[in-house]
Structures are given as C-alpha cells and as structure tokens.
Design a protein around this ligand. Sequence first.
Ligand SMILES: [Fe+2]
Length: 367
Amino acid sequence: MSTQLEAEINKFDSINAIEVADTPPSSWYLDQQFYELDKKVLMNNWQFVASVDQFTESGSYIAGSFCNEPYFIIKTEAGDLRAFYNVCRHHAAELLKGEGCTKDIVCPYHAWNYSLDGQLKKAPQMAGVKNFNREKLSLSEIPLKVWNKFILLDFSGNSRALDTDLNRFDQKLVELGTNQLKFMCRRVYEIKCNWKVYIDNYLDGGYHVDHLHKGLAGQLKMDDYRVENYKTWTLQSCAASLNPIQSEGIDFKERIGQEALYGWFYPNFMINRYGNIMDTNWIIPTAPDHCLTIFDYYFLPATSEDFISASIKASEQVQIEDVDICQSVHRGLSSKSYSTGRYAPTLEGGAYLFHKLLKEDYLAQLR
Ligand SMILES: [Fe+2]
C-alpha cells in the first residue's frame, strides 16, 4: 500500500460531526493518483448507463466509453438486454459506433461477425489456423441489471450490491407515474473540473440555488427545501412556487408541477423529477480536471416539441450556471492558498455523506 496516498486519504477525517468537519483536501480533486483511485471506485459501483426506453427492437444498440472501457448494450433476438466490451476478439477494434439497430455485429476491421448475443459466427480468412476455439472467442460480457427503467452495468464484475433502501425512491417514482415518461434525448456537456466538484455542487442542499440560479429559484418555494440522507443516496425536494417568475416560451407551473425531487445515487448518478419531466445526470471523469455530464431527458410521449425545447432550454440555463461555477471551483482548488473548506451543517450533509463513502472506497481500493 502506498503510505503517502493513504495519509492523503486520511487527511479527511470522516468521524467528526459535520459541525466540526473539514472538507477533503484539494489533493483529492487534483492529484493523478486520486483520479486513478476514482476510476477504480466507479468501476466497483453499478453504473446507470442508459434507459430501457432506448432499446425498442431486437438489434437496437448503444455504444459508449466509460473510464476508457468501450462497451455496448444491445437487445438480443430473444428480447434480452445484454452488455459487452466493444472490443473484437481478433485485433481489438471497436465493433459498434454510436447507436442504431443491426442484425449482427460485424467488426469494421476484418469482418469478424458476432451474433447479437455475442457468439462468434464467422471469422473470414482464418484457414490454416490451429487451436482456434470459436466458443472461447465470444465477446466478453459485462453484468447488466435493470432498476426502475434504468440499465446498470457492473464494469468490475464485482460491484457493491445496490442499496435495498433505494426501493423507497423507486416507489416514489412509480407513484409519480414515471413509467409514462419516455426517453427523448441526450445532451453531453464537457466540464473543466474534477467530477467530484460537480457532485459536491449537486449535494449542497440547495445552498447555491437562491444565489446562483435566480431563474430556478423563482420557480421553487425555497424555504420549503428539504434534504434527506440515506445510506448511499440522498433525496432533496422542494415544493414549486405558487407564483413562479414567468419567462417567455414556457409555463413554469406546468414544468415543475407540484414539487421538484432531486435524487443522488452514490457515486455519480442523479435523477431529477418534476412536473411531467425527468432528467438524469451521469457523471464520467475523463481526466483529473475534466469530466462529462450526460443529461438524458424524459417527457410524456404526447408532449409538444415547443414545450420540450423550452424546458430543455430552461434546464440548460441552470447547467450553464453550474458548469461555470464548477470550473471556477476547480481553478480555486488548484490555488496554493486553498487546502480544505467547511460544510454548512443543515444543508451539506449529502456532500459529507459522499466524501465519507468515497473515503471508505478509496481505502478499500488500497487494500
Ligand atoms: Fe446548481
């Protein structure tokens, strides 16, 4: 074990009450060694990669990359969802790109051909090859499970079990008629900050909403903002304002409905549910100072194009404000003047929970 790295992890004291706790040292956000640890931690936690809505027919697929692991999810002829490393067993070329629908999986390099369930069917020009066992050359599979309408992947093959307590949130989504909502579109944002800066920003219990997101704050009854922290997830909720500040092109009463719910699931996934809308945020680190936030938007199937585009525009405004402040925080964390900060005890319990869980996982990775 690297004692220097362990010492840096332990600079964050996770035993103290939040009233006296300091936030993790800035090295957690800047150092390459922590970035390597982060990737291992994420690989050891189920990743919310896509929605079942995105796979309508046999052969529907989506390819992507997570922490340098190319993967794809596909619907087989039997109607099952399966996930595989997107890597040909011949010379490792990526097999599928983007998303689409296919009858079989053909490598663009030498045309090795796999069935939708990953079996090698044809390997052209391999006459004369010896000790070639076709069965052993199936695509390498990634464990997949479905929770609510989300497809989760286990990139380590050994991820921690999902918190059974998550059923509470599932129940809430069901009660709110979330099944009726359908995946509509995905937006990807690049942010020049460590991925944890973005999560911290999400978990400050609405602390920054009044001040940074004036437009959003005008749609919410901010004195009603509540934070509930569970074992590995948090729920922030806030009733809609009775008199939302109106702006052109969208009815904010319709957009927020009665209440906004913001669920965070350790370590890097959020579900935001309001009105007849859901958006999810999947955060992918790509460098110590860079991450992607992937927004998936869900609406009722009959929602008008105008409402969808106005709603996404309102959401993007909040995202622009968050991206700007997260990049600013990352630059500040890099300053020699800063090492640790403090928590607002009644608001930032979610961020403290995140850091405590992360510390446990960091230490587990070193053992
Ligand atoms: Fe924000």
